[in-house]
Design a binder for this molecule. Sequence first.
Ligand SMILES: C[S@@+](CC[C@H](N)C(=O)[O-])C[C@H]1O[C@@H](n2cnc3c(N)ncnc32)[C@H](O)[C@@H]1O
Length: 212
Amino acid sequence: MLSELPHSPAAERNKAPILEQLQRVLPRDAIVLEIASGTGQHVAHFAAACPQQTWQPSDPDALNVLSTATRCDQARLYNVHPPLQLDVHQSPWRVTDECDAVFCANLIHIAPWSATAALLAGAGRVLRADGPGLVVLYGPFREGGRHTAPSNEAFDTSLRARNPDWGVRDLEAVTALAAAQGFRVHSLARLPANNLLVVFARQPGSTTPAAA
Ligand SMILES: C[S@@+](CC[C@H](N)C(=O)[O-])C[C@H]1O[C@@H](n2cnc3c(N)ncnc32)[C@H](O)[C@@H]1O
């Protein structure tokens, strides 16, 4: 257990608007796999607000796994499974339950493009066939080949300076990748600070393509 938990001011600011959207799209009793849980602030907030849902957090970073476990234990969140150490590039994802939805905030711009492909392919394999088959992505996106705000453009420049393989992604490119995995855009919400919450739903009758 950690005595002092890592804290993300951004997660603290955006958790309420994200939750408002999740409550519109996720079934009341959904089993949700969270990819890239970070500090665990998001899952702790969402699981506390939605006690009938079951949340499975995950992150490749051991400190984030410990932070999420500690935060959820301290809040006595019995609807949160112990976090998994999971990198989207792993195949298969070692998850115990098939899920109704995969939620992922602020990963795809801070990882190589291969992570977006791995995220969508992995989601296609863990979403149960008879469920709603949702993938929910939150973060900044370019739209129509342009940044949607100067702050997003500056953020993109700073990301690419840190790692040339990172960067704010084009919504159309992510949508095309999702379509190749059998998902279509179900809904899109504009959230504060020029972020989007994009919900993809598996198209009826689509089968999961072979592993990416
Ligand atoms: C900017 S943080 C976002 C954390 C949290 N989702 C949030 O919005 O506050 C990015 C997270 O992505 C995780 N991450 C980076 N590469 C990853 C990968 N290949 N697979 C899964 N998670 C990854 C990091 O460990 C980190 O927790």
